[in-house]
Design a protein around this ligand. Structure first.
Ligand code: Y12
Ligand code: CO
Length: 171
């Protein structure tokens, strides 16, 4: 089922998500809803809290060279942690919870991560490029953080002013 994506400044986006304990049908149903919602919104990444579920679950499906998202490339990531992080990289990020806003954000370039798949199997791997950036963006959601929190004071003030105006105008 396609679910509503929470839009900033919805307070639920500040919640700290909790680990999944049971890798059961309820988790699989959440993953299906997240997948349908992400595809319906033209996203490449989504955290469970963006549909109002405060669980440590995220999905990422990057586009290939032709700009296509192949369902077999979908990554389902449960209870993720970053084990190591190196270097830095800046990328213009966007978020389904803050539509039409794109900002340069600095992240770690390469990360080593550990997480579980939908069957509860532990996975450890090194990530770089866009996958590393997307993983860090989504992991921030699970900790109640949004990419706009990383903006400078002045850029954040401008964002808040523009966002209030946009909401007032009903856009
Ligand atoms: C790099 C940086 C950030 C991520 C996190 C995942 N972000 C997204 O999936 C953002 C998608 C997005 C989609 C939008 O909708 C359309 O384009 C139709 C959008 O809305 C507008 O621009 C109007 C904003 C963001 C992954 C990798
Ligand atoms: Co986001």
């Amino acid at each position: 089922m396609v679910r509503e994506v929470l839009i900033y400044p919805d307070r639920r986006l500040k919640l700290v998500s909790k680990d999944v304990e049971n890798f059961d049908a309820q988790l699989h149903s959440l993953l299906e809803d997240m997948k349908e919602t992400m595809y319906a919104s033209d996203g490449i990444g989504l955290a469970a809290i963006q549909i109002g579920v405060a669980k440590n679950v995220l999905i990422i499906n990057l586009a290939d060279e032709e700009g296509e998202q192949s369902p077999e490339d979908l990554q389902e990531i449960i209870n993720p942690v970053i084990l190591e992080a190196h270097g830095s990289v800046t990328y213009q990020e966007g978020c389904l919870s803050i539509p039409s806003v794109y900002e340069d954000i600095e992240r770690k370039k390469e990360i080593r991560v550990r997480y579980f798949n939908r069957d509860g199997e532990m996975i450890e791997k090194d990530l770089d490029s866009l996958m590393s950036i997307a993983f860090q963006h989504e992991l921030d959601h699970l900790q109640g953080h949004l990419f706009i929190e990383k903006l400078s004071y002045l850029k954040r003030k401008k964002f808040e002013k523009d966002w209030k105006k946009k909401i007032k105008e009903g856009k």
